[in-house]
Ligand binder design. Structure first.
Ligand code: HEC
Length: 124
């Protein structure tokens, strides 16, 4: 019995370390500032010049009622999902990740800006 308790304690510590590691490094508040660069085109709850980004982290690409480019539709059909990794790559250089996307945005060079932005997007 004692060993079981010990194992549970170790597992709990491991879990809390993992959780704090994934939440402490980048702040959603910083990401909100980065999002100013997206605001000209993106909103939450409705489309703008770009599609509604509500719940974008984990969402399948090209699924809003929006007139996407053929390139984005093709990615959607391939099953592209906006995981944190894919969002990071897309936002780094949209036209590198999806060659003919109609998202006219140069990209975010700084990794810390992208990571904070993704933390913010997770809250929306
Ligand atoms: C100049 C307008 C503009 C700006 C600025 C812009 N976007 Fe976009 N975004 C678009 C358009 C238009 C699309 C649709 C692209 C397509 O169909 O190829 C899009 C698509 C997207 C998608 C895919 C959505 C989906 O439903 O699959 C994501 C994610 C995204 N943008 C994130 C961002 C983020 C994050 C920023 C800021 C760093 C940003 N965009 C800045 C216009 C913009």
């Amino acid at each position: 019995m004692k060993t079981v308790t010990k194992f549970a304690a170790i597992a709990a510590i491991g879990l809390s370390v993992a959780l704090s590691a994934s939440t402490s490094a980048y702040a959603a508040e910083d990401g909100e500032k980065v999002f100013k660069k997206c605001k000209a085109c993106h909103k939450f709850g409705k489309n703008g010049l770009g599609p509604d980004l509500t719940g974008i982290v984990g969402r399948k690409a090209g699924t809003m009622e929006f007139k996407y480019s053929k390139a984005m539709v093709a990615k959607s059909e391939e099953g592209l999902v906006w995981t944190e990794e894919n969002l990071d790559a897309f936002v780094t250089k949209p036209k590198k990740f999806i060659k003919k996307t109609k998202m006219a945005f140069a990209g975010l060079k700084k990794e810390k800006d992208r990571k904070a932005l993704i933390e913010y997007l997770k809250t929306q």
